[in-house]
Design a protein around this ligand. Structure first.
Ligand SMILES: [Zn+2]
Length: 465
């Protein structure tokens, strides 16, 4: 069969649902016996990756830090006891990341001796956040990273110099830029970020740069100037966000643009009504999973790119982007698609049933499924309200939090204890069989643990003082 034939794929998926006596979209209840996530098998699949990468991946020179990020992140989300990395394994990861660090240019390369790349730098920083040791934190030359980020940020601006030609592109020194090609105009758009020195610009660059700057405490007025307007200029008529202005709305770019604006506190620059309308149409009625663009097939990595965007939308609306705690997509259906259609029996999660599992899809399918298992908890995790916001200490596990609060009962007011669980915690969102193996809740802006982000931010903040 052709893997790309939508009708054949849909029939295959429908058959897989029928095995569990489910008939989406008419299924009212996905709570069927046998519908469960095999966290332990997937953790084993991930753990094997630390020892030896499959052939096709070990030669992928453009993105070695990504593997360390995907593997460490998947282990955290899957949340299985006994699968944590030991000190020796962490040290080995640190050693490799150190080789990818480019102290001359600043930032990280995709492999040792390559030039620095913003996406590799993002993956390396997030891998370091996940490893979380002093040894790992110390790899980053923060000042060199500052120089690198500034060297790839476009600080051109438009100015009307009173000439007949109208608005002109002006560089930082006030000099006129006279692009002769469309690609030159796009590469110098105000507020955009190049993916490497003299490289292309797109929404990934903006997101990666804002995340790195936020974690390493490098966000300043000069660096963030114009970024929000650039992101807003990439929102298309469809409502989603494109890689560059006038492109097609896409799930990955929508996540990147929206998350960057949440970091910058500038989500008001988007038309959020149009955005949520586009997002809501990305979940396919028959399959249950998300596609990345209009008329494309379902794919489990969009569990995260689209799923997290719903939570970011809720954050943008200060906790008002949900209905009784539920995000504005069918959270049960997304879990059902993941467990029924995307699990490999020997471990690992895959794009769709016709594909083989890989670390990228295991990481993002699991992260997005974690979002689907949890209800909105804006007040505790993103409000920043003193005494209510527990995000800095939240390890992603509500059960542990409530037992911690019991231990220290005499020190806490009852109001504080109540704040340590979502208001609607009693409501069940995970489908059958997953009760024993709930996924860890992750921060949708960074796709890593809340307490890990807080620890890294505190470290680099203290270092900069
Ligand atoms: Zn995918």
């Amino acid at each position: 069969m052709s893997h790309e034939d939508p009708l054949t794929l849909m029939r295959l998926i429908k058959g897989m649902y029928h095995n569990f006596e489910l008939d989406p979209p008419n299924a009212k209840d996905y709570d069927q016996e046998g519908v469960e996530l095999f966290n332990d098998l997937h953790s084993e699949f991930v753990k094997r990756g630390f020892e030896k990468l499959p052939k096709g991946m070990s030669g992928l020179d453009s993105g070695q830090p990504w593997f360390i990020y995907w593997l460490t992140e998947a282990l955290e989300v899957l949340n299985q006891e006994g699968f944590e990395l030991n000190a020796e394994q962490k040290s080995r990861c640190v050693e490799y990341l150190r080789k990818c660090h480019n102290s001359e240019q600043g930032g990280f390369a995709g492999a040792p001796y390559h030039q620095s790349h913003l996406a590799s730098s993002y993956a390396a920083v997030l891998a370091i956040v996940n490893i979380g040791t002093q040894e790992a934190f110390n790899i980053i030359d923060v000042e060199a990273m500052r120089r690198y980020l500034k060297s790839i940020k476009n600080n051109y601006r438009y100015e009307n110099q009173g000439q007949r030609s109208g608005w002109n592109l002006i560089d930082q020194n006030g000099d006129l830029l006279k692009p002769t090609k469309v690609s030159e105009v796009i590469a110098s758009l105000p507020g955009s970020v190049e993916i490497h020195i003299n490289g292309e610009i797109d929404m990934r660059g903006v997101y990666c740069a804002m995340v790195i700057a936020d974690i390493l405490n490098l966000k300043d007025e000069e660096f963030t100037r114009g970024v929000g307007d650039f992101v807003a200029s990439c929102q298309t008529y469809e409502g989603g966000i494109s890689c560059v202005p006038l492109g097609e709305a896409h799930g990955g770019y929508t996540f990147c643009g929206l998350a960057a604006l949440v970091i910058l506190n500038e989500t008001h620059k988007l038309n959020l009504d149009r955005l949520i309308d586009w997002l809501a149409q990305r979940q396919l009625t028959e399959e249950g999973g998300f596609n990345g663009r209009i008329n494309k097939l379902v794919d489990s990595c969009y569990n995260f790119w689209q799923g997290a965007s719903f939570e970011l939308f809720d954050i943008a609306l200060k906790g008002n982007g949900n209905v009784n705690g539920e995000l504005l997509f069918n959270q049960e259906a997304l879990q059902a698609y993941t467990v029924i259609c995307c699990q490999e029996k020997n471990g690992g999660l895959k794009d769709k049933p016709t594909k083989t599992p890989d670390y990228y899809h295991t990481c993002y399918a699991a992260s997005g499924m974690s979002i689907a298992q949890h209800l909105s908890d804006y007040e505790s995790l993103h409000s920043g309200i003193e005494g209510k916001d527990i995000s800095a200490t939240f390890n992603g596990n509500y059960n542990q939090l409530s037992s911690q609060s019991k231990e220290g009962e005499e020190f806490k007011s009852s109001e504080q204890q109540d704040s340590q669980k979502p208001a609607t915690q009693d409501k069940k969102i995970y489908i059958s069989g997953i009760e024993q193996s709930q996924l860890r809740r992750i921060n949708p802006i960074f796709n890593t643990r809340y307490d890990f982000v807080a620890k890294a931010k505190a470290y680099y903040k203290q270092k900069s003082q």
